[in-house]
Design a protein around this ligand. Structure first.
Ligand code: DAH
Length: 359
């Protein structure tokens, strides 16, 4: 509301009225200000530099000395009162909003804590890492190869031609049997194709460990799954012999299953190695005496292995008179079954939390 500025008005009377009017209106407005924003708007309107109270105080200059004395005293008293009222209201609103926050953010500190559900690495992943760590510490580097593989790497280059009876050892899941009419694609049946891929890319000395999934078109039972994790190992260098193969695998088994382990190589056939062997470890449950775990034999079959066939060494462009190599391929689930006492390989892929939470 505009304030009187003297002239035709009875400035003194009007100003005094205004002081009273302002008093009532301002206090009502203050009481109605329900939050910090409204309060601030009130402060600007009433107490601000261009506010209504300031105008009243400015208007004093136009009054007679007597009027100025009485109206001035009233206006100054109003100023003090409104400032105090403002502070009080501000404090009141602060307390109210704090109380509201306390009420809405209320935490019952006596409630029991919520349990933390911590994830863990899958037992097969844990076993894979343990095996790879052992190989890394023996100077092997870890490389990987594709799961969808060419027939060439999975079979041909490993001395298993299309009509070879050894193909029966790996029941294959074909992705496409007639790509280009001659380059069939499959899900790799083992990680051995990584041997060829590695020898294509590296020169001796070669030392690699290759973890990965492999797939077989197989009926499942307690020790067979259609998907599995394998780790392939390949070393090519001058002067490597079966002794190096055996020493490397013995060291692996001792790291995984204890210093007192023994490793046994038994003649076996795989087209890509000569000689080929099946590797067994003395049973870490009965130490060879014979028990349920080792089917009373005292030994547990762990993997296939052998000396890389000289024809493969040659076909990779290395001189087989100078370079020899050893290779091994192991099923990680089989090793995990032994290490963790899991008696059915299918448990690993059922996502049953009762099993997984034990690791
Ligand atoms: N790839 C073979 C399999 O899955 C296992 C194997 C045998 C790997 C002998 C090798 C090896 O490297 O030398 O049945």
């Amino acid at each position: 509301m505009p304030l009187p500025r003297g002239g035709a008005y009875n400035a003194g009377t009007m100003a005094t009225d205004t002081v009273e009017q302002l008093h009532a209106e301002a206090l009502r407005g203050l009481a109605e200000a329900a939050d910090a924003r409204a309060l601030d708007a009130w402060r600007i309107e009433i107490l601000g530099r261009k506010g209504r109270l300031t105008s009243v105080l400015r208007g004093l200059a136009e009054l007679s000395i007597d009027e100025r004395r009485s109206v001035g005293a009233a206006a100054n008293a109003l100023k003090a009162e409104l400032e105090a009222a403002f502070d009080e209201r501000a404090e009141e609103l602060r307390r109210a909003s704090f109380a509201a926050t306390l009420a809405s953010d209320r935490i019952d500190v006596t409630l029991p804590a919520r349990p933390h559900r911590r994830g863990g690495l899958h037992p097969v992943t844990q076993m894979t890492e343990r095996i790879l760590d052992a190989f890394r510490s023996m100077g092997f580097s870890v490389v990987e190869g594709p799961e969808v593989e060419l027939d060439y790497y999975n079979f041909e280059a490993l001395r298993i031609p299309a009509d070879h009876p050894a193909r029966d050892m790996w029941d294959t899941l074909w992705v496409d049997e007639t790509v280009d009419g001659r380059r069939p694609l499959l899900l790799r049946t083992h990680t051995s194709p990584a041997q060829i891929r590695t020898m294509e890319q590296q020169q001796p000395p070669i030392r690699v460990a290759v973890p990965g999934k492999a797939y077989r078109f197989e009926a499942t039972d307690t020790t067979h799954e259609w998907q599995m994790t394998q780790i392939e190992v390949l070393a090519v260098d001058e002067g490597l012999s079966m002794a190096h193969l055996k020493g490397t695998l013995l060291e692996l088994m001792r790291r995984l299953f204890g210093r007192e382990r023994q490793v046994r190589l038994q003649c076996s056939y795989f087209p890509f190695v000569e000689p080929g062997a099946e590797v067994a470890v003395d049973c870490f449950v009965c130490s060879g005496a014979g028990c349920h775990t080792c089917h009373q034999t005292g030994w547990i079959e762990m993997m296939g292995a052998g000396m890389v066939h000289p024809e493969i060494i040659e076909s990779m462009g290395f001189d087989s008179a100078r370079y020899t190599g050893f290779a091994a391929g192991m099923g990680v689930e089989r090793l995990a079954m032994q290490a963790f006492g899991v008696d059915d390989i299918r448990y690993f892929y059922q996502n049953d939390l009762r099993l997984l939470q034990q690791f």
